[in-house]
Write a protein that binds this ligand. Structure first.
Ligand code: NI
Length: 136
């Protein structure tokens, strides 16, 4: 009876990809437009996947209203309309790549969702670039 349920969400954030240990030229070569010194924005699409047993009493795997509230409180309020590098503690010293953002989102949600549920994060940075964390 294990079933996957999904909730989609969206947030807009600014970022700059930059490794302070590398020189400007190398950073530009590595990160291209995402290295723009004055930052730039992305429209991030988030898909949160939970896997669990169907509760016979409710017929639900997880109450989607509660999942939506957790995503709102932990992710949207923290990152939406923020400059990830400047406005968040999570990315003060961590390059805000889609990979790292997905991992941080996973950790933030993992701490609020019982371990009996499997959790997987899909994060679209652009319609054609997306990452999945964790990978089994
Ligand atoms: Ni970018």
């Amino acid at each position: 009876m294990r079933t996957a349920v999904f909730r989609k969400a969206n947030f807009n954030s600014a970022h700059r990809l930059h490794n302070p240990q590398l020189d400007d030229k190398t950073n530009e070569a590595l990160f291209g437009l995402c290295n723009n010194p004055n930052y730039h924005g992305h429209n991030y699409d988030l898909i949160v996947k939970l896997i669990g047993e169907i509760n016979p009493q409710t017929g639900y795997v997880f109450d989607m209203k509660i999942l939506n509230d957790i995503i709102k409180e932990e992710i949207i309020e923290r990152f939406d309309h923020k400059n990830l590098n400047m406005d968040t503690v999570e990315f003060k010293n961590l390059n805000p790549t889609a990979e790292n953002i997905a991992r941080i989102i996973y950790e933030l949600l993992r701490s609020k969702i019982e371990v009996k549920y499997e959790l997987e994060i899909t994060l679209y940075e652009t319609p054609r670039n997306y990452v999945v964390y964790p990978v089994k």
